[in-house]
Design a protein around this ligand. Structure first.
Ligand code: CA
Length: 228
């Protein structure tokens, strides 16, 4: 059997060898290259040097916290999809609350299959290029699915992969009201295992970034909609 072409390199930053070994095994079975870093500083260096397609990032790491690794990458304007591994609920709150541009998170103990499904989902979304489609325009907002660039009144707006997909999905269907469950399934691409709070957090982040240009309306008791 011919080896499948690599689906790209996934960086695993995790100091627990048992977990990183397991992730390496499952990810390579799916055709991903895998690089493991065992502490924060080497994880950050690997992210900068190896240009992974996604990063699985433990929060509690020696040398440098996972949240600091992510913050550094975002400060460098690196919007690689990041899936955080959290050990406790208070870590989930930190990851979601810090506007780090986390694309997803999993809580330990997790099933490696589930993590692989999440990786495939963020990578697929990040590379979901629809060539030939022009940018979507709604009021001052322009969203280009090919370059994945967003501008507001001509000024570039930096969005994470998930924020981009969320905004694109809403703006592509102006006026349509989506429930949180629909957005989870249609934007995140899997059943609503992470809970609808994830949707609320990402909507809040997109709104904050759009500022006065925000077009996202809360439909009370239902969900969200982009106002034309
Ligand atoms: Ca750890």
């Amino acid at each position: 059997m011919k080896p499948e072409p690599s689906k790209g390199l996934v960086l695993v930053v995790e100091d627990e060898r048992a977990i990183s070994d397991l992730l390496r095994l499952y990810l390579s079975r799916e055709g991903f290259g895998v690089h493991v870093a065992l502490d924060g500083p080497s994880g950050l260096a690997a992210a900068r040097n190896l240009h992974p397609v996604a990063i699985i990032l433990d929060v509690g790491l020696p040398g440098m916290d996972g949240t600091d690794v992510c913050r550094q990458l975002r400060a460098d304007n690196d919007w690689v999809p990041v899936i955080f591994c959290t050990a406790r609920d208070d870590e989930v709150d930190r990851v979601l609350g810090l506007e780090l541009g986390a694309d997803d998170y999993v809580t330990k103990p997790f099933s490696p299959r589930e993590v692989v499904a999440r990786v495939k989902s963020v990578v697929r979304r990040a590379s979901n290029v629809k060539s030939g489609d022009g940018p979507l325009v709604l009021r001052d907002i322009s969203i280009d699915p090919v370059t994945r660039r967003t501008t507001v009144a001509g000024q570039p707006l930096e969005l994470t992969a998930t924020e981009f997909d969320l905004l694109f999905h809403l703006v592509a269907n102006p006026g349509r009201v989506f429930s949180r469950e629909q957005l989870l399934s249609e934007v995140w691409g899997y059943a609503a295992v992470v809970g609808t709070r994830t949707v609320d957090v990402h909507v809040a982040q997109v709104r904050a970034k759009l500022g006065e240009a925000s077009c996202i309306r809360t439909v009370r008791g239902v969900g969200y909609s982009a106002e034309a």
